[in-house]
Write a protein that binds this ligand. Structure first.
Ligand code: ADP
Length: 284
């Protein structure tokens, strides 16, 4: 009889513990939602004054009336570049918090992939020249005329990957390629017949195997030395993989330390318009 009593007490205790855990989980969920809302509001409030700083420092830097000394103009340019860095950071934080509260809208429309690749090549060719690196965007010939995705988000992802490739490479080349995905690369239950693979390969510093998952988390970099040497916020890859998820795909990495890295974005062509099903792609 005593045993049954003990068992009853134990199971009552377990029930209480379970309820307490559920309350804690609810609290955590709420506080994470408040945090995201706070960040979204803050980011908006921060952008307004920053826009004035950017506009006015740019005008000072140009100094069309020739009233400023060279040193003063240089200061104005530093203000402008720092302001731009800050704006990028704020935009990144805003994007991430929007994704977290499900408020980042995606709109699928036809994208001409060859033109898209051409624009990327144009956009990054000066990075290559400046660092003395080889660079090309290799686009497969028989791609569909139009591929349906959110071009703005696609561009943000690929630009992030390319910017990283240039940042972490001192010699050699950066190669971007756009191909139809092979059947074995497409998920078992595909949402689409047409999948594209955007790869960005570099001959840079590479990433140790045990860090290759970590770098996709917000504010994570390989180590403190990376931050000091290369700057950055550690937000780019988490934004890229969140955006990839919104587009119905994934970003993955293959890398060898000291040799280089290849980041690959795999996405489906999805019906035109704003998606209505699937939690991740429901707009607010
Ligand atoms: P950030 O570049 O602002 O630090 P990211 O989220 O884009 O943030 O990248 C996180 C980290 O992943 C980088 O700090 C770097 O350590 C590593 N990383 C990303 N891309 C590369 C690359 N192409 N080569 C080597 N390391 C990389």
């Amino acid at each position: 009889e005593e045993r049954t009593k003990d068992a009853e007490i134990k199971s009552a205790e377990l029930l209480i513990a379970k309820e307490e855990l559920e309350v804690k989980a609810k609290e955590l969920q709420l506080s994470s939602k408040y945090k995201s809302e706070f960040l979204a509001n803050m980011s908006h409030e921060l952008r307004t004054p920053l826009n004035s700083i950017l506009l006015l420092s740019e005008m000072l830097g140009e100094d069309t009336d020739e009233n400023l000394t060279d040193e003063q103009k240089d200061f104005a340019k530093v203000i402008h570049t720092s302001g731009q860095d800050l704006l990028n950071l704020i935009n990144d934080i805003l994007d991430l918090s929007k994704v977290e509260v499900g408020k980042l809208e995606v709109v699928f429309d036809g994208v001409n992939i060859a033109d898209f690749g051409g624009r990327l090549e144009h956009l990054f060719s000066h990075h290559a020249v400046r660092k003395g690196l080889g660079f090309m965007v290799d686009i497969e010939d028989n791609l569909p005329d139009l591929f349906y995705t959110d071009e703005q988000r696609l561009q943000q992802i690929v630009k992030n990957l390319l910017a990283n490739a240039f940042k972490f490479t001192e010699s050699g080349a950066v190669i971007a390629s756009i191909n139809r995905a092979e059947p074995n690369e497409i998920p078992a239950e595909p949402v689409s017949d047409t999948w594209l693979k955007f790869s960005v390969s570099d001959t840079g510093i590479g990433i140790a195997e045990d860090k290759q998952q970590l770098i996709f988390e917000a504010f994570q970099q390989v180590d403190g030395a990376t931050m000091r040497k290369y700057g950055g916020t550690g937000l780019g890859l988490s934004i890229s993989s969140e955006f990839a998820r919104l587009l119905g795909g994934t970003v993955t990495v293959e890398s060898e330390e000291g040799k280089g890295s290849t980041f690959t974005l795999l996405i489906p062509s999805l019906p035109k318009g704003v998606p209505t099903s699937g939690e991740a792609i429901t707009p607010a």
